[in-house]
Every structure is written in C-alpha cells, then in structure tokens.
Design a protein around this ligand. Structure first.
Ligand SMILES: O=C(O)C(O)[C@@H](O)[C@H](O)[C@H](O)COP(=O)(O)O
Length: 260
C-alpha cells in the first residue's frame, strides 16, 4: 500500500491539463519500457475533463495509441451507445479522436446485450476478461494496470463503490454488479477495491467545493466502508489530484504550500 500524495492545482481546468500531461508521460514511459501501457478510465466530469485535455494536449501524439490497453473502473449499466454510459462519454471526449486498437479497448458490457439486464452476469464476464489479460507476473486475476483513474464523489464514492453498500465490502471478486446506487443510474458495474489495488498507480481526481468534505474525510483516516475513496490506493503510488476548492478542508500539513 502506498501513502497518498496530494497535488493541488489552481482550478479544475489546470488540474485536468496537468493530469493529462502527467498521464502522457506515464504512458510513454511504460511503452518505452515494456512496449505497451494500460490505463483504467473513470466516468464523471473530472475523468472526462482529463480525457478532453488529453485530446488537445501538445504532446498527445507522443503516445502510441495503438499499444494502449484501456479498461474501465465502472460503468453505468445502460444500452450500448447510451449518452450516459461512461464508455460513450470517453469516446466523445478522446477515444474517437485517436488511433486505438479496438481489441485493446475493454468497455464494460452494456445492458440489453449478451447479458440482458443482468448486471451481475455482466460483472462476471468483465472479471473473466480481466483474468484472461492478467500475466503470471501480475500475481492475481487482474492486470497490474499502469494507471487507474478515479473520480471522487461528494459522498466519497469511487468507481461505483458507494459508502456502506455491499460492493465496497467485497474482498474476493474483482468486479461486481451494483444495485440501488444513490447516483443515477441505480444499476452499475464496478471494479472492487481489491481490483483497484492491483494497479501500480491510482490517481484520484476531485475538483470543486462540493468535494472538499469528501476529500478531507477520505484523507483524514476514515475507514473504506464509510469512505470508499480511503480504500483506493496503488501498489507503488496513490496520487490525489485536486483543485484548490476540493483541497479547502485539508490540513495544510498534507501538501506543500508551493503546490497551490
Ligand atoms: O459513473 C460515474 O459517475 C463514476 O465513474 C463516478 O465514480 C464518478 O467518477 C464520480 O461520481 C465523480 O464524478 P465527477 O467527477 O463528475 O464529480
């Protein structure tokens, strides 16, 4: 488990641009070292803001997009192409504009497809897809993603793991169906904390005043059932990328004054 590091940016636009620049560097380094890279995407405004910033980043084409594996941390269980699906939004923000290998884009299953309306079956299928992609050196049933992105909800949820709901308590399965989520739509598919923690680096993104309480709670020692974001960390690095408003309730000792 890596100790969280906090970086505070002036506002959410700068946060998205800086995170995009950071992600480009991370992907380029992984591709230089291993030939490919893997990133787990998140839904939500900040995750999509990062993708939109990537789309216009000057160094965007330093990435070999055809050697990038993309996964999702969670999905809203809706029909293929639905505008509220995280996949649809990511495609619009970036994916349609870059030269990805479709076989490396691992969207979570939609409702109404092979699994009908059964989010649990969709979760099982995604877990199998992850397991098939895991290499022996990953020591587990999901790949050791290079970077896993997470938005943080005002209630401290990450992916579709909400406080006190069964998903956040899952210790065995890597992907679960989520029912009765407080953020619409109620039915979702989500990686679990054990799957999230297989990532080398976990980056949590939060911007805006409405996130300040959640950020302070998660970084202030709350338990993960009460504050799922507190249980999201990477093997090598856990990075909280914030804007000033989201950092407003953090003790100043948690990050150097120069970073904001
Ligand atoms: O499906 C979703 O909505 C998510 O993946 C969710 O976990 C999101 O990342 C947070 O709710 C933060 O969303 P914002 O960045 O929009 O606040």
């Amino acid at each position: 488990m890596s100790t969280p590091q906090v970086v505070v940016h002036r506002d959410k636009e700068l946060m998205a641009q800086a995170a995009a620049a950071r992600l480009i560097t991370r992907i380029v380094d992984a591709q230089a070292a291993r030939g490919s890279a893997s990133v787990v995407l998140t839904g939500g405004r900040n995750g999509n803001g990062l993708l939109a910033a990537l789309a216009t980043a000057p160094a965007r084409d330093a990435v070999d997009w055809s050697r990038l594996d993309l996964w999702w941390g969670d999905e809203r269980f809706l029909p293929e192409g639905h505008p509220d699906r995280n996949e649809t939004q990511a495609r619009e923000a970036l994916l349609d504009a870059v030269d990805l290998d479709p076989a490396r884009v691992h969207a979570m299953p939609p409702s109404g497809g092979a699994h009908g309306n059964d989010a649990d079956a969709a979760a099982e299928a995604y877990a199998a897809e992850l397991a098939a992609a895991a290499r022996p050196e990953d020591h587990g049933s999901v790949p050791s993603f290079d970077v896993l992105l997470l938005g943080v909800g005002p209630d401290t949820h990450v992916a579709s793991l909400f406080p006190e709901l069964p998903g956040v308590r899952e210790t065995e399965r890597t992907v679960v169906g989520v029912h009765g989520a407080p953020k619409p739509p109620p039915t979702r598919v989500s990686l679990t904390l054990p799957a999230i923690r297989a990532a080398q680096e976990v980056w949590l993104l939060a911007a805006g005043e409405d996130k300040a309480g959640a950020v302070a709670l998660a970084l202030g020692g709350a338990g993960e059932v009460q504050a799922p974001a507190a249980g999201a960390y990477g093997r090598r690095r856990t990075l909280w990328l914030l804007d000033q408003s989201a950092a407003a309730q953090l003790p100043r000792g948690l990050y150097p004054p120069a970073s904001a």
